[in-house]
Write a protein that binds this ligand. Sequence first.
Ligand SMILES: Nc1ncnc2c1ncn2[C@@H]1O[C@H](COP(=O)(O)OP(=O)(O)OP(=O)(O)O)[C@@H](O)[C@H]1O
Ligand SMILES: [Mg+2]
Length: 185
Amino acid sequence: MIGKSGSGKTTLLSLIAGLDVSTAGSIQLFRHTIDHMDEDARAELRSQYIGFVFQAFHLLPGFTALENVMLPLEIKDMVDAETIARQLLVRVGMDHRLGHYPTTLSAGEQQRVAIARAFSTNPPLLLADEPTGNLDTETGKKMIELLFELNQEYGTTLILVTHDESLTRRCDRCFRLTQGKLEQI
Ligand SMILES: Nc1ncnc2c1ncn2[C@@H]1O[C@H](COP(=O)(O)OP(=O)(O)OP(=O)(O)O)[C@@H](O)[C@H]1O
Ligand SMILES: [Mg+2]
């Protein structure tokens, strides 16, 4: 999904994830109508179906790389949380930084951890809001490759918001948001 700054891309992702509520219309997420759900019900649905990758990484500062990836798994009471988290961190090339805290990681490394965290619970839907926005061009390219690779491996539906129009060629479907109106391009 592309669109000018302020066109509503982040707002739309927030609505899809039930982080924001709409003032009009209806949102159906995996056959659930979320409009009248309370906060807890939306959070439950979100934990079941949705993974996030943000522009600003949003790792928890008091947790190591490994703990950040383990957290969503532990919330879901998965017994093998640590094994899964370790495997994913190896997959994203971060096995040498498992015990590091976010402030001691480079931006690219933080985004690798955030990508591992997003895939840890194997969500059917992954929302990525300008995941390369805070990275230099080369690191950004590596991160996009990683995102697309994991997307294929896990069979996830990825909704990618980007300002990089060249990426539209890599996506199955492309949309442009203009003043709140979404059109396929
Ligand atoms: N919490 C909020 N409350 C009220 N208005 C908001 C809120 N968040 C964003 N907006 C407004 O909604 C519009 C769309 O913002 P949004 O952040 O979705 O744009 P965007 O397409 O993601 O832009 P960018 O490319 O800069 O990230 C903007 O006019 C913004 O000021
Ligand atoms: Mg935005």
